[in-house]
Ligand binder design. Structure first.
Ligand code: C2O
Length: 503
């Protein structure tokens, strides 16, 4: 089937935490913005019109492969120009993946202003379909009172030499602080949880109920029972909850922001948001007992439902060191191997398509897009070493990766880890965003089977926004350009010598 949406993107006012009314980016005069819902195999058409007046925009459909439609992926200056105010753009793509996704602005650090919402792909062939009665969508996020256009320049300035990210004012469930979820006794619900926030990872638990995880980031996994989960910015987790057989009480569920990410902890910050499973609205809504004793579930222990085995030895290894450091302008930037991303004036996809034989030369894309050119079909391994003291949820566009290894905090680089192939799981967990711990490392492996231009970036929007990206274009050519590929490993290039990279 074809599913069509008409989206007029414009400013509305909203006050989701009841503390502050602010301009917020809505769609068709509404905020929260509408869900996108489709079935596997559907063609989705979105007529997007930008009525913001003062900002460009674009939409990214987080987690969708966009196979054959890399030009619909959405990141401004990667696969398209931002849609200028007053203009329109038609997104048109076919979805062949089931599961829980979301869509958000991928222009200039804009989505925390409100342009973020669920995208659900229903699957008539889901292996879990007969295990639940109903499904519910649950977004969790942080919330800021200021607009990104105000916060971003201050964040990325010499007035903020440590690169301290602004601390959010609130946490939200389904873009509100007053969420009650009516449930019936003795039923099983599929909760599709999405962290649509800008920054904070969230600890989630339900009082009196366990969660049985069945999907992460659009990949079904064998059911695994969790008492608490950690869900980083942009990750999704679907879990089953079976309700109790009586209706004598209601139960709180909580999202608690990961305050280790915050450089300062404002005294008045309420970093939790509570919702209630409502069995009986005549009963009370008890405050949650704040818990320290629950252990967050380790997603690395999940096993994909299709039992896909580990890809063979990699044809290519990309090793990336994450550094946060200052340039001579005094502001703090994020680096991969001493290169900070600077968006090119011409979207990288256009460069690839117009470069002819040179399309296989990584240097064509510009030093500050930090491009890796991959050959179609090869197995690629990405090792990320975190030389920074924060957590970073790393996201790959256009692919799921197998998560082969994640060190503990403070473990140092992968070289220090003494890990060999024998230590990797035979059937690794797969998803599109994985949390990397402070001063630790991760190893990801994927097959470059989706020609296009794909970003790999930290999904903390402060780290990803236009001028402070630790982003990288992974150009999977081969089919697209019809060329053989000359791989240029950019490791070892020097940090721009005391100046901002020129665009
Ligand atoms: Cu939600 Cu570049 O992605």
């Amino acid at each position: 089937a074809t599913v069509t949406y008409n989206f007029t993107i414009g400013w509305v006012t909203a006050n989701p935490d009841g503390a502050f009314e602010r301009p917020t980016i809505g769609i068709n005069g509404q905020w929260p913005i509408p869900r996108i819902e489709a079935n596997t195999g559907d063609n989705v058409i979105i007529y997007a019109t930008n009525q913001l007046g003062n900002q460009s925009t674009s939409l990214h459909f987080h987690g969708l492969f966009m196979n054959g439609t890399t030009h619909m992926d959405g990141p401004a200056q990667v696969s398209q120009c931002g849609i200028p105010p007053g203009s329109s753009f038609t997104y048109n793509f076919t979805i062949n993946q089931p599961g829980t996704y979301w869509y958000h602005s991928h222009t200039g650090g804009q989505y925390p202003d409100g342009l973020r919402g669920p995208l659900i792909v229903h699957d008539p062939d889901s292996p879990f379909l007969d295990q639940y009665d109903e499904e519910l969508i649950l977004t969790v996020s942080d919330w800021y009172h200021e607009q990104m256009a105000v916060m971003l320049p201050a964040f990325n300035s010499k007035g903020n030499p440590t690169g301290a990210e602004p601390v959010p004012q609130a946490a939200l469930f389904n873009e509100t602080q007053n969420l009650t979820v009516a449930v019936e006794p003795g039923k099983t619900y599929l909760f599709r949880m999405i962290n649509i926030g800008a920054f904070a990872g969230q600890y989630i638990w339900f009082e009196g109920h366990n969660m049985t995880i069945v999907e992460v980031d659009g990949v079904y996994h064998h059911p695994a029972v969790a008492e608490m989960i950690y869900i980083a910015a942009s990750q999704r987790c679907s879990f089953l909850i079976t309700t109790k057989n009586e209706t004598t009480a209601n139960y709180a569920f909580v999202a608690s922001m990961d305050t280790t990410l915050f450089d300062t902890l404002p005294a008045d910050l309420n970093y939790n948001v509570t919702g209630w499973l409502t069995y009986n609205d005549k009963e009370s809504f008890p405050e949650p007992a704040l818990v320290d004793e629950l252990d967050p579930f380790d997603d690395m222990t999940l096993v994909p439902y299709d039992n896909q085995t580990i890809f063979g030895e990699p044809d290519k290894i990309i090793e990336l060191d994450v550094i946060m450091d200052n340039l001579n302008d005094g502001a703090n930037y994020a680096f991969f191997n001493n290169i900070t991303y600077k968006a090119p004036k011409v979207p990288t996809l256009y460069t690839a398509l117009s470069a002819g034989e040179l399309a296989t030369d990584a240097s064509v894309y510009g030093t500050y897009t930090h491009a890796f050119v991959l050959e179609k079909g090869e197995v690629v391994q990405i090792i990320v070493n975190n030389l920074d003291t924060g957590r970073h949820p790393f996201h790959l566009h256009g692919h799921h990766f197998q998560a082969l290894y994640r060190s503990e905090e403070e473990a140092g680089t992968f070289e220090d880890a003494n890990v060999t192939s024998a230590d990797y799981p035979a059937i690794p967990m797969r998803r599109d965003t994985l949390v990397l711990y402070p001063d630790g490392n991760i190893v990801l492996r994927f097959r470059a089977d989706n020609p296009g231009i794909w970003l790999f970036h930290c999904h903390i929007e402060w780290h990803n926004h236009l001028d402070v990206c630790a982003s990288q274009n992974i150009a999977t050519t081969g089919n697209a350009a019809g060329n053989t590929v000359d791989y240029t490993n950019l490791k070892g290039e020097n940090k721009p010598p005391g100046r901002l990279p020129d665009g």
